[in-house]
Design a protein around this ligand. Structure first.
Ligand SMILES: [Zn+2]
Length: 117
């Protein structure tokens, strides 16, 4: 097997191993998921509840624990993913409708040109 091909096969295997469906238009870049220095607001704690064993969440003093940060980062990533999927579903619906209209237009054009000849 040529070296080049082997490398590609490996890459393809990696791609199919990702949790996302292949060919899906919306995909979160890994950089988007990495909220370095994510600011955990009171509202977020109110909405999602305080993290267990996090001093900042329970007493409001000090800093959020690493586990707490990780938890809220995951929550934010999930919310973002959800939003993207919603958006994608909306766009897909819009695209389907546009395609239907296009088909209708094509049919009309075809029949009118038939009439013309
Ligand atoms: Zn916390």
């Amino acid at each position: 097997m040529p070296q080049e091909f082997r490398w590609n096969a490996e890459l393809v295997a990696q791609i199919t191993a990702t949790p996302w469906e292949p060919g899906k238009a919306t995909r979160l870049e890994s950089s988007t998921l990495k909220y370095r220095g994510l600011y955990i607001t009171e509202r977020m704690i109110d909405t999602h509840g305080p993290t267990m064993d996090c001093k900042k969440c329970s007493t409001g003093l000090g800093q959020h624990s690493a586990a707490c940060r990780q938890r809220f980062e995951q929550i934010q990533a999930d919310l973002l993913q959800e939003k993207l999927e919603e958006e994608e579903a909306r766009n897909r619906k819009k695209g389907e409708r546009a395609a239907e209209e296009q088909t209708e237009r094509d049919r009309q054009t075809a029949s009118s040109s038939k009439v013309g000849t």
